[in-house]
Design a protein around this ligand. Structure first.
Ligand SMILES: Nc1ncnc2c1ncn2[C@@H]1O[C@H](COP(=O)(O)OP(=O)(O)OP(=O)(O)O)[C@@H](O)[C@H]1O
Length: 279
């Protein structure tokens, strides 16, 4: 790591003064079958933050993320990206990418073709597209696998391809729905660390969904805790620890302190569900 890359970075200190990338304004969601997935949520996410949505199953994490992505309409309320409605993101000159839990790669196409897909869809000329694909593959450490088919890659490598496909459009906002949930712990730690590097290098704003308290503490500048039935935001935690964060951070007393606070909060959020289920 170079001296510049290792400079201390503390987005939680700037979050109140930095421009808003995402504003969720009393946005709520009831599905057509009557499921009340999300009570009104208010959330301001500043440029450069790494936000994690954490909470028990069914608390509306994916629903909220998909509303930010414009993949789902709120039943009421509004969502703004750089002060414009989500559907008008093009007019802001910013870009957003969504990375799903499963890599969802085309099995018959090479890694390179899979990563190029968003550029092909956008009509980017082939030469420029190939150069950007090469950059994205280098970022995730897969340059040597450009011609491979997905089935020749491990689960962790397939997930890297999926991340490269997200990064190839050079997004400002990266939305990730439990991207590493299906991977073994070692691979997950490695990808978490790589993701933090990318986030800092590319000055991204990230919203990340996970079930893992440890992943949330390691990655986030802020954690948004949610509870279910109906889904809602119940607490927020600033993880006021500087970056870069490394393996030493994970065994530090500060890490344990944050993890304990999140654990207690998650227990409260989960017991809210149980209390309501038995009432
Ligand atoms: N298309 C849908 N139609 C009806 N109900 C839905 C739909 N999608 C999700 N739900 C319900 O909305 C609630 C919130 O779901 P959501 O997937 O957003 O939660 P989550 O916190 O992401 O869950 P998990 O951690 O299990 O992935 C759940 O009760 C879920 O069953």
């Amino acid at each position: 790591m170079t001296a510049t890359e290792s400079e201390v970075f503390a987005p939680h200190l700037d979050a109140s003064s930095a421009p808003a990338a995402v504003e969720v304004l009393s946005a709520e969601k009831t599905y057509p079958d009557g499921t009340q997935a999300l009570l009104p949520v208010d959330l301001r996410i500043a440029e450069g933050e790494f936000i994690t949505l954490l909470g028990p199953s069914g608390c509306g994490k994916s629903t909220l993320l998909k509303m930010v992505a414009g993949m789902l309409e709120p039943t009421d309320g509004r969502l703004l990206l750089w002060r414009r409605p989500v559907q008008q993101i093009e007019q802001t000159g910013r870009k957003m990418a969504f990375v799903f839990q499963a890599p969802t790669l085309m099995p018959w196409a090479s890694v390179q073709t899979n990563v190029r897909l968003p550029l092909d869809l956008a009509g980017v000329p082939r030469k420029e597209a190939d150069a950007r694909v090469a950059d994205a593959l280098a970022l995730v450490g897969l340059s040597k696998f450009a011609s491979a088919l997905p089935r020749a890659l491990s689960g962790g490598m397939q997930m890297r391809v999926s991340i490269a496909r997200g990064l190839v459009t050079e997004p400002d906002l990266l939305l990730m729905d439990e991207p590493f949930g299906a991977l073994d712990e070692i691979t997950r730690h490695k990808l978490d660390a790589d993701l933090l590097e990318l986030w800092r290098k590319k000055k991204l704003t990230v919203i990340f969904v996970t079930h893992s308290i440890h992943e949330a503490v390691f990655l986030s500048s802020r954690v948004v805790m949610m509870a279910a039935r109906p889904g809602r935001v119940v607490e927020e935690f600033i993880i006021d620890e500087p970056y870069p964060r490394n393996a030493d951070f994970m065994v530090s007393p500060q890490f344990a302190r944050h993890a304990k606070r999140l654990q207690d909060s998650l227990m409260r959020a989960s017991s809210l569900n149980e209390a309501e289920e038995t009432a």
